[in-house]
Ligand binder design. Structure first.
Ligand code: CTP
Length: 219
């Protein structure tokens, strides 16, 4: 099957040398891409800048900004049967990036930020994706309620929820502790390495996709 995975942070330029970014390492998304490839699938990884190696056997499309990630996803989504959006996409971008380096002026600098487009939230409409759709929800409070709201709002089949305020897990760490929020129930997974968690997510997503999309066996 063809799988699209987004991963990593985005960088929103302020001027030629500065950007707005976030603490996503990209590890969770890269582990998901690696697990799908290890299961024999054709994976396209659309990734913001990270320090990790592209997993073996994965096609790689590097991007920098939220707008570039949106365009890359829009170009490739209709060729995918499963899409996993693990990227930490900036919700805001500078309204007018400066063409020259911003100089100190000794006074307060006020930035005007405008919202970016929600890539996961656009997958069903307007992008028309009909396959299995998986999102992530990085939360600091009311984790399950917020994740379930994202599941409904973004029309996902699964949202992987994690509490990024908990020490030792989530952003920038090798371990994670997540709850799989399905339409019918929440399924907590034990704390484990991102590699182990990715393997479980991939097994469960493949099983659900196969159940939903395979024609019933002939009598
Ligand atoms: N996402 C996306 N495009 C965006 C923002 C988020 O594709 N512009 C995806 C992320 O990849 C993730 C999911 O949406 O799979 C949830 O991201 P998150 O940052 O937790 O949620 P937001 O939609 O940004 O909502 P909020 O900031 O209000 O929590």
């Amino acid at each position: 099957m063809r799988i699209l995975v987004t991963a990593g942070p985005t960088r929103e330029p302020l001027d030629p040398v500065r950007y707005l970014g976030n603490r996503s390492s990209g590890r969770m998304g890269y582990a998901v891409a690696a697990a799908f490839a290890a299961a024999g699938h054709h994976v396209l990884l659309v990734s913001g800048p990270t320090h990790i190696d592209v997993p073996a056997g994965v096609d790689f499309l590097p991007v920098e900004t939220a707008a570039e990630m949106f365009d890359a996803v829009a170009r490739h989504l209709d060729r995918s049967e499963i899409a996993v959006f693990a990227a930490a996409v900036a919700d805001f971008t500078p309204a007018r990036p400066e063409p020259e380096k911003i100089k100190k002026s000794g006074t307060v600098l006020t930035l005007e930020l405008v919202p970016t487009r929600d890539i996961l939230g656009s997958a069903r409409d307007p992008l028309g994706f009909t396959g299995t759709l998986v999102g992530f929800a990085a939360e600091t409070s009311d984790v399950l309620e917020n994740a379930r709201a994202k599941l409904t709002r973004k029309k996902c089949d699964l949202v992987v929820a994690n509490d990024v305020s908990a020490p030792g897990i989530g952003f920038d760490s090798h371990e994670n502790e997540v709850t799989l929020v399905w339409p019918e129930a929440g399924e907590p997974l034990e704390r484990a390495s991102k590699h182990e968690i990715a393997t479980i997510i991939v097994e469960k997503v493949l099983a659900r996709h196969t159940r939903r999309h395979q024609a019933p066996a002939a009598p």
